[in-house]
Design a protein around this ligand. Structure first.
Ligand code: FO1
Ligand code: CA
Length: 334
């Protein structure tokens, strides 16, 4: 068994093509839930869903979120109503003074459905309705995700990092905001002071995640701050990574990033925006896979290949390098 840690783009791209190298049934993926939002009463889990949709063959591979060819009738109608009613089109947090301290944490990811600031496709929304319905019936997020995975024909175990709510809050010069507000609504423009994983202190990885982290771990080319940060903010996850072989794939080529806001967020959290910064952020990683054009010298074993990911052939090539890197740290995978 080998366990992958995934955010929303880099690692799902790596896994697209992994099946020729790693048996999917024996290759669970632990998904970040720090990006999750509740919008209009529906729980949206972008990173879990990108993995589910990718593995289920329905992902929109232009954007790497949502369902390919989806319509947006409901989203459009919500926007029209809000405009006709003269309602503020920005993200609207739901406050609830009656919440207990446990629910207080979740409040930071709760938005009104008025002026839906993320585009939820119609078929995508059906997934959120089903997920939220199952949660309301008392199922855990882990159970709910397994049910959705089965419906979508996904062979790989897809494991949310925790059943407890954690929210990535970006503290900017314009105040604190949820990661989705920073990323989708503000296009990552505000300058960042620090990043907080709200709820992580009281959150625990699930038993399925603990078990998966007994195996060698692969950290894909995900955002160290917003994808992996929320996971290792839970002490039990960090401890697990310190006691198992870990291979990380750099999301950079030297100081050039393939995509996303990782550079800005790494710098705000005290690291260089580069492969060297990623290596410093991952002290528990025992070996790295770097791009052939990346001449960073690391203090740990390194395997080089073309790390550009955009096709199953790319994923397979990088997975072969990952398997080789696992071998350099004594974690041979057959
Ligand atoms: N990203 C956008 O840039 N704009 C959107 O409107 C948007 C909607 C959306 C809806 C569902 C979903 O699962 C993901 C969505 N994303 C959207 C992607 C998401 O914001 C991030 O890319 C991930 O959270 C980062 O991993
Ligand atoms: Ca280690």
């Amino acid at each position: 068994m080998v366990t992958f840690l995934a955010g929303g783009t880099g690692t799902p791209k790596l896994l697209w093509g992994a099946d020729g190298v790693f048996d999917p049934g024996e290759t669970p993926v632990v998904c970040n839930t720090g990006d999750d939002v509740e919008m209009g009463g529906l729980l949206v889990c972008p990173d879990v869903d990108t993995v589910l949709f990718s593995e289920g063959g329905i992902l929109d591979r232009e954007t790497w979120w949502g369902i390919g060819g989806d319509s947006t009738e409901t989203h459009g109608a919500i926007g029209e109503l809000a405009e006709d009613a003269g309602l503020d089109p920005g993200p609207r947090y739901l406050s609830d003074d009656a919440q207990t301290s446990g629910r207080e944490i979740a409040r930071w990811r709760r938005f009104s459905g008025v002026a839906e600031f993320m585009e939820l496709g119609d078929r995508d929304r059906a997934v959120h309705v089903t997920r939220t319905g199952l949660l309301d019936e008392g199922k855990t997020l882990t159970e709910t995700t397994a049910t959705l995975a089965e419906a979508l024909g996904v062979d790989r175990p897809v494991l949310p990092m925790s059943d407890d709510p954690v929210a990535t809050i970006v503290h900017t010069d314009e105040g604190p905001m949820h990661f989705q507000e920073f990323w989708v609504h503000r296009r990552a423009e505000p300058s960042v002071d620090r990043v907080e994983y709200r709820g992580a202190d009281g959150a625990e990885p699930t038993s399925a995640v603990r078990e998966a982290l007994d195996a060698p771990v692969v950290i894909g080319p995900s955002n160290p701050v917003t994808s992996i940060g929320p996971m290792v903010a839970m002490d039990a996850v960090r401890a697990a990574l310190e006691s198992t072989p870990v291979v990380a794939v750099s999301p950079f080529v030297g100081d050039r990033i393939f995509s996303g806001p990782a550079g800005k967020l790494l710098e705000a959290t005290g690291y260089e925006a580069s492969t060297a910064g990623v290596a410093e952020a991952y002290p528990y990683a025992d070996a790295f896979v770097l791009d052939t054009d990346d001449d960073t010298e690391l203090d740990r074993p390194t395997v080089r290949t073309d790390t550009e990911l955009g096709s199953p052939a790319d994923g397979e090539r990088v997975c072969r390098a990952v398997r080789e890197a696992l071998g350099t740290v004594g974690a041979e995978v057959v």
